[in-house]
Design a protein around this ligand. Structure first.
Ligand code: SF4
Length: 528
């Protein structure tokens, strides 16, 4: 549904801020693709764009692709911005640029919802999810688009039922320029891990769309040119297990109907390993990757952070169960926990070798507002607000030791030979267990073949000829070529190349040790 009952027409410029470089943005992979420039289409801003009154012209700019221009600001009557904590400085920069054109600027999304005080210059703060605050914001801008004299804070008390959410306005984004497609089925998570702000922001009882909404969104993503993979951005895909089981048959049918042109991935808790009935349906629906917040292999640390559910199945056993359903595990890891010891880094490297997980996002602990961790550290007087630091936590171990361990782990885990060996394992043990989709004209389309050939050419030229880990690359690539594993070659090298290059930056101290760090390593997009 859309906002209704609004007569006046307003032109809205939606601007999504640039990310600072991180594990999960994959920017080193983009030059190997056919024109990818950004990570995933932002769900929140495209959702708001779709909810605005039908007669309101909307422009959407993702500053990861191009900066909002003078012409965009001159066209607009108001600017909407959304983003996460990591984009805080860039969001404030967009506000400053919009104010240079005397435009009213509204901000919504997870960061402002958790920390309204981070955004003192914005005219409107939209705190919470879509609902009565959204209607209020639209009505105010319809009445008067000029900047209010004082900041107006609108808090959602009555959330819009997710079954009434419109399909995000994917048509406004250049979907082909994204590394992955994105989609959301549920919001919220029943667990309460100490460091996580999801339950506080979105609740412990996951809210849901209908399976029909999801298949309609997938249709639209396909229409808009999505290729390759679509990521379910749900906080926890099995936050409501029954809902996951309700959705999966619809996804399976959709895949059959559309010729398995897309693969799916999602985030879920590791205890999904206890649910073979869900895993086998996920396999049938062509889920290929699953992100699990393993956080640490240390049971004492898991207990301390209230993540005992990671131990419902022994961690190694859970990983190999997921692999046995054809799903590669991607793992989140945290360093700097109170339970960490001087030997924690070494134990992490041993865990990586044993688990054979290729991609682990290794971050330093950061205390996010609205989390139990924040409250505890505040009580203990262990929160440090210093933008020159990689974390706001006063660690038990000396700060320099923790950052040095992080750099050493990054440097070691992502050495080309070690990383490509872990991919060899996945190619041998995991990928053959995936669903082998029947040949379909959609998969064998000229568009797909051309895309594959372009990526292969880029990989051979930029990694195989110009790269500086040629020996390891060709050892891996020649095996794939000999076995006809072209698809595996492309998908592994796209991600591996990013990890190798990003880890070099990290171990050389050129990037943040925390995904949420305030330390800005690159300038935000400059104003025109
Ligand atoms: S399981 Fe994941 S989403 Fe849920 S509270 Fe823990 S970290 Fe957050």
């Amino acid at each position: 549904m859309r906002a209704e009952g609004i007569e006046t027409v307003r032109r809205i410029l939606c601007v999504f801020p640039r990310y600072t470089s991180s594990f999960g943005t994959f920017e080193y992979a983009y030059p190997l693709t056919d024109g990818v420039q950004a990570f995933m289409p932002p769900q929140g801003l495209l959702l708001i764009a779709a909810y605005l009154p039908e007669n309101w012209p909307v422009r959407f700019i993702d500053e990861n692709i191009r900066s909002a221009s003078t012409e965009d600001f001159e066209w607009a009557e108001a600017v909407f911005v959304s983003g996460m904590h990591i984009q805080r400085q860039q969001m404030n920069d967009i506000c400053r640029r919009a104010h240079a054109f005397d435009l009213a600027v509204a901000i919504g999304g997870p960061s402002v919802s958790a920390c309204p005080e981070y955004y003192p210059a914005f005219d409107y703060l939209h705190v919470g999810e879509m609902g009565d605050a959204t209607n209020d914001l639209i009505a105010r801008i319809a009445r008067d688009p000029t900047r209010p004299e004082q900041q107006v804070v609108l808090k959602t008390a009555d959330r819009l039922d997710m079954t009434k959410f419109p399909i995000p306005a994917y048509e406004l984004a250049d979907i082909k320029r994204y590394f992955l497609g994105s989609i959301q089925y549920s919001s919220g998570c029943p667990y309460q891990c100490e460091f996580c702000d999801i339950p506080g922001l979105y609740g412990r009882n996951p809210r849901l769309k209908t399976p029909q909404q999801i298949t309609a969104e997938l249709d639209k993503l396909l229409e808009c040119g999505v290729m390759g993979s679509v990521y379910f951005v749900d906080d926890n895909f099995i936050g409501n297990r029954k809902a996951a089981l309700d959705l999966l048959p619809h996804l399976i049918e959709w895949q059959k109907k559309t010729g398995y042109v897309l693969r799916f991935s999602c985030e879920a808790t590791l205890n999904i390993a206890k649910r073979p009935e869900i895993l086998s349906k996920m396999r049938e629906a062509f889920f290929a990757t699953i992100f699990c917040g393993i956080e640490t292999p240390d049971p004492v640390a898991l207990k301390a952070m209230h993540k005992d559910h990671n131990m419902m199945v022994p961690i190694m056993e859970a990983i190999s169960t997921l692999n046995s359903f054809g799903m590669e595990v991607v793992s989140g890891i945290i360093l700097g926990l109170d339970t960490d010891k001087p030997e924690t880094g070494q134990h992490l490297l041993e865990f990586i070798d044993a688990s054979q997980i290729p991609l682990l996002t290794i971050n330093l602990l950061q205390a996010l507002p609205q989390t139990p961790l924040w409250d505890r550290l505040k009580r203990e007087n262990r929160l440090i607000e210093d933008e020159g630091r990689d974390s706001n936590v006063d660690f038990r171990l000396p700060y320099e030791d923790v950052v040095t361990t992080w750099r050493a782990c990054m440097g070691s885990a992502y050495q080309p030979d070690k990383l490509l060996e872990r991919y060899e394992y996945q190619i041998r043990e995991t990928y053959p267990r995936r669903l082998q989709p029947p040949p379909s004209p959609e998969r064998a389309s000229w568009k797909n073949i051309k895309l594959g050939l372009t990526m292969l050419r880029n990989i051979f030229w930029k990694v195989g000829i110009l790269g500086d880990y040629k020996r390891e690359f060709w050892k891996f690539a020649l095996r794939r070529l000999a076995r006809g594993e072209i698809e595996y070659l492309i998908s592994s090298i796209l991600v591996a190349h990013h990890l190798i290059m990003f880890a070099r930056d990290a171990s050389g101290g050129h990037t943040n040790a925390s995904y949420y760090s305030l330390k800005l390593q690159e300038a935000s997009v400059p104003a025109e």
